[in-house]
Design a binder for this molecule. Structure first.
Ligand code: ADP
Ligand code: MG
Length: 209
């Protein structure tokens, strides 16, 4: 079993589906240099940490002051909690609704693809649907249609409908990944940020056999 780092996972996924730009930096000077290319807002994360939010390992910065504060806080957190972080991830900020997309390998059925509503209530809602891989565009559309909270994607109380077409095309592509890589044991995109125009993977974890 091999767990890819978030950077490796994003690199791999980026060859198939849209992913947020990400750079891993070693120090504050590198972070500043990187942000100059990205523009604000940016997201800072402790690299190589599994449940980053739980330890305060994710910070959004809208300007240089927030960038400096966020960076200092991340470093302090890593030190005080003795987290073995592997640098600081700088990532472009993507607004939207949080969707989870995954793959799981089952001994009997082979690979299955999953989609669900993400965000802070994900464990509470358990609003997900599954299909055996690979799937067609039609399958993907019906998977989304099965979600109880699909209104979050199709528009709700005046909010703009998200680009569900893009989401279904990403689901089809993800469902085809095990055809190329039979050794995918588990793949978690959490979240895929989807808005009315675009959508991008901002966090991913891949376990290979
Ligand atoms: P973890 O799952 O390890 O806690 P994530 O990278 O998923 O860390 O970040 C936690 C949350 O922060 C996400 O669920 C999302 O709400 C927000 N977030 C993370 N990265 C971005 C980004 N690039 N753009 C917008 N929001 C983000
Ligand atoms: Mg996450």
């Amino acid at each position: 079993m091999r767990v890819l780092t978030e950077y490796e996972a994003m690199q791999f996924l980026g060859r198939h589906v849209p992913v947020a730009r990400i750079v891993v930096c070693k120090n504050s000077a590198e972070v500043v240099r990187c942000v100059k290319r990205f523009r604000f807002p940016v997201v800072l994360k402790l690299a190589g940490v599994l449940h980053k939010t739980d330890v305060g390992g994710v910070k959004v910065a809208r300007n240089y002051l927030e960038l400096r504060n966020g960076y200092t806080k991340l470093m302090k957190t890593a030190r005080s909690k003795k987290i073995r972080q592997k640098g600081i991830v700088v990532q472009e900020f993507v607004k939207g609704t949080e969707v989870i997309i995954g793959i799981k390998r089952d001994a009997a059925f082979g690979h299955a693809v999953m989609v669900g509503i993400g965000g802070i209530h994900v464990e509470l809602l358990r609003d997900v649907s599954f299909r055996v891989c690979p799937i067609t565009g039609k399958d993907a559309a019906s998977m989304v249609d099965e979600l109880r909270m699909k209104q979050l994607l199709f528009g709700f109380r005046g909010s703009r409908p998200a680009n569900v077409k893009l989401l279904t095309s990403v689901l089809v592509k993800v469902s085809r990944l095990p055809l190329r890589r039979r050794d995918i044991e588990e793949l978690d995109i959490n979240p895929f940020m989807l808005n009315d125009k675009t959508g991008k993977v901002v966090d991913a974890r891949i376990v290979l056999r």
